[in-house]
Design a protein. Structure first.
Length: 560
């Protein structure tokens, strides 16, 4: 709060200490303090610059490796400027958000584009027999190197790989390749240093007989030693998530649609918070698209969760052509502007308030649909965020307690497992650890979504005094795969706030001193066969450590 400056001059905060930029501020250059005025200046005179500075605090619970992504937008209706995005000057990618990693980590982003290389048919149109050149640029904007980087990609349907066409940073890869794309097995990029990038190119020929209107859809995978597997991004905008790269064959009208959500003022999307939605429609084809209309019904996906903020809906920065009837927002580009040109876009931006009565973890989903052509064609995009969640990442929550009555509910009189440790693993490697608080509750924020990349998340619970011989005292309780003091196969969607990833321990008993009646740590227990008195094999137990287990400070033991 109180940190925003325009050309060094303080800018008052918004309501309750919120950032004034959330509502938007009129900017001006230091040479002329007229609000909203910047003179035409092709030579970029130093005094004709508006500089905005503000500070933010990183969430104390953010997992190391969390990507903090931020982007501002400038509009000038009088100058024909609409939602011009800010650009990170540390990368070669145009109009990309500024992205920083929590901790000393690599930050990878990999846009993938396609260009018509051999145009043997209709000029400017992708026809059967034409050759496309794909370019994948892998950026590392983090503070340390990304090592062991590997690119993998399959050849998309309706195309054939052009032999010996793959290059890495301009150097041929795997030649002769026998007509098999080296990306199928994986191309070793190696190490990408901080602030560096790698460029891979290959060529594909569109198969003969592919029908007009066919979409060639493709997406590569970037692997590294330090980071989760990352999908390439087709629109070059990391804020909308990784989309496939799409190319339309023939003279066909084709639109793509993406949707993103942000919390106005930052932080978690709590009940009563205001969300800003952005629906972006792009003409993928080589011909103009007629009769384009975007519709967004706040009640369609999750009724009763959102309320429209009056006067906030804008299409390409203007309220012209936008109507709101109840929960339905309509942006009629075709009737207002006319046909949407190739590569041109429509941006619908609006705000909505989360219902104040929603419980933590409630998922709020919003869907936008674009309609075009006659007969009408459609495409839709949805985005979800859970109450208490943050856009682009996931949050894990749960509790750990001694479930004395075995009902898997943390009742008031049951002892919280204060100071127990919850370890988050990704693909078998420790990622983050948090400590259970005095109420028996824990929270892990900033978890990268794994729904699309196949990463495996696991939670393991352990006592602060656990040792090599410590055994499990209970089975976890969650909506995922539960085991002895662990939860596996956890799926983390973007914007999720997963609740009730719990550990209710249920020990069979306690070893204690008969006179002073205090727990005995360090006692070793084995379960024997009644007939022969020999110890049961470890395979008899859900947790093999329960055979010969050593009691901890509380004296508890358990055999499953």
């Amino acid at each position: 709060a109180g940190s925003t400056r325009l050309n060094g001059t303080p800018v008052p905060d918004g309501p309750s200490g919120s950032s004034p930029l959330a509502a938007g501020i009129a900017i001006y250059a230091s040479e002329n303090p007229t609000p909203g005025a910047l003179r035409a200046d092709a030579s970029a005179t130093p005094d004709n610059v508006a500089t905005i500075v503000f500070d933010v605090v990183v969430d104390a619970a953010a997992v190391n490796g969390t990507i903090v992504s931020n982007q501002g937008f400038v509009s000038a209706p009088g100058g024909g400027v609409t939602d011009q995005p800010s650009d990170d000057p540390d990368t070669a990618a145009p109009d990309d958000p500024t992205r920083d990693a929590v901790g000393d980590r690599a930050v990878i982003f990999a846009p993938k584009s396609a260009a018509l290389l051999v145009d043997g048919g209709t000029t400017g149109v992708v026809d059967p027999g034409d050759v496309l050149r794909y370019t994948i640029t892998v950026y590392n904007t983090g503070g340390v190197a990304a090592t062991g980087v590997v690119l993998r990609d399959s050849v998309p349907a309706n195309t054939a790989y052009v032999p010996d066409s793959t290059t890495l940073n301009g150097v041929p890869v795997g030649r002769p390749d026998g007509g098999v794309s080296p990306l199928v097995a994986g191309v070793a990029v190696g190490t990408i240093g901080a602030g560096e990038s790698a460029v891979l190119q290959l060529e594909l020929r569109v198969n003969a007989g592919v029908a007009a209107g066919t979409i060639i859809r493709n997406q590569a995978l970037v692997e590294s030693n330090e980071l989760p597997d990352l999908l390439t991004d087709g629109d070059g905008d990391p804020t909308t998530g990784p989309e496939p790269t799409e190319v339309v064959v023939g003279n066909a009208q084709q639109l793509s649609i993406t949707k993103q959500v942000a919390v106005v003022g930052g932080g978690a999307a709590l009940a009563g918070s205001t969300l800003e939605y952005v629906v972006r429609v792009v003409n993928l084809g080589a011909v103009p698209v007629s009769q384009a209309v975007i519709r967004d019904d706040l009640e369609a996906a999750t009724p009763g969760t959102l309320t429209y903020v009056a006067g906030t809906a804008l299409m390409n920065g203007s309220a012209v052509g936008v109507t709101v009837a109840g929960s339905l927002i309509t942006a009629d580009y075709g009737a207002t502007v006319g046909p949407l040109a190739p590569n041109a876009s429509i941006v619908l931006r609006f705000r909505a308030v989360i219902s104040p009565s929603l419980a933590m973890g409630t998922v709020v989903t919003n869907t936008g649909t674009v309609y075009w052509n006659d007969p009408t064609r459609t495409a839709s995009a949805s985005v979800s965020i859970a109450v208490g969640g943050m856009p682009g990442i996931g949050v894990l929550n749960g509790a750990a307690w001694h479930d004395a009555d075995f009902d898997r509910v943390q009742d008031g009189g049951e002892r919280a497992l204060q100071s127990w440790i919850v370890d988050l693993y990704r693909n078998g490697t420790p990622l983050q650890s948090v400590v259970v608080d005095g109420a028996g509750v824990y929270r892990i924020a900033g978890v990268a979504p794994n729904v699309t990349n196949g990463d495996r998340y696991e939670l393991r619970f352990r006592a602060p005094d656990a040792g090599a011989g410590t055994a499990s005292l209970g089975t976890a309780d969650s909506g995922f795969t539960n085991g002895p003091q662990r939860i596996t196969d956890i799926l983390v969607p973007s914007g999720s706030n997963l609740q009730n990833l719990n550990l209710p321990i249920t020990p069979n008993g306690v070893v204690y001193g008969a006179i002073v009646r205090t727990p005995v740590p360090g006692a070793a227990l084995r379960m024997l066969e009644a007939s022969g008195g020999t110890a049961l094999p470890s395979a008899c137990f859900d947790d093999p450590a329960q055979l010969g287990q050593i009691t901890r400070g509380d004296g508890y033991y358990k055999f499953d």
